[in-house]
Write a protein that binds this ligand. Structure first.
Ligand code: ATP
Length: 184
């Protein structure tokens, strides 16, 4: 099988992420999409706890066929580079092929990534155009829903709602666990 490796902070996961996963599966470029939250944020911000982001991803996909949430990042040595993730996935699941799923913003920031060229060789990326992000000079799928976790966190902190970009089950989890109440 071809697995779309959907890594991210997912802080919180939102309908934009779900739209990306749907789009990748419906395009036939991958058979399954695995949501793989990173344990720590790559570029120094402090996200919500890892277990909370895993739980919210599970609530987001809500058992959808072809989608899974993986906690394999918890087995990686810190800082848990995507390169290490891809190597570990290939070692752990030798019968699968892997493709990195990445929004256009990731492509523009690839110079900041550890061994991005190697990642792209091991797990050829599937890129998605992203609202508010300059287009890239490679084929990219259209993402159906413009949403960003940054905007969602800001709206939660300022008490703005309703948040139609986050499913009710995830919003309930956020409220129950008191997430995103103050600037991190
Ligand atoms: P933040 O605003 O905190 O940076 P985010 O909404 O970009 O968060 P991430 O968890 O960082 O979410 O994203 C994981 C992956 O999903 C990245 O490759 C990102 O480009 C992609 N992505 C997220 N939202 C969208 C969207 N609405 N359309 C296309 N790609 C997206």
């Amino acid at each position: 099988m071809v697995i779309g490796v959907f890594g991210g902070t997912f802080d919180p996961p939102h309908l934009g992420h779900l739209g990306v996963a749907d789009r990748v599966i419906s395009s036939g470029l991958a058979d399954e999409v695995w949501f793989i939250p990173c344990r720590d944020h790559r570029f120094g911000k402090t996200p919500a706890p890892y277990d909370a982001r895993l739980a919210m991803c599970r609530l987001l996909i809500n058992g959808r066929e072809g989608m899974r949430v993986s906690d394999i990042e918890s087995t990686l040595a810190r800082p848990g580079y995507t390169y290490d993730l891809v190597v570990t996935l290939k070692d752990t699941y030798p019968d699968h092929a892997f493709r990195l799923i990445a929004g256009a913003d990731v492509y523009h920031e690839r110079d900041k990534w550890h061994r991005y060229d190697e990642i792209a060789r091991l797990a050829p990326p599937i890129y998605l155009a992203r609202e508010g992000v300059p287009p890239i000079d490679l084929p990219a799928l259209e993402a159906p829903i413009g949403a960003s976790a940054t905007t969602i966190r800001e709206r939660l902190r300022s008490g703005k709602g309703p948040l139609d970009l986050v499913p009710a089950a995830v919003l309930d989890y956020i409220a129950q666990h008191g997430l995103y109440r103050r600037a991190m």
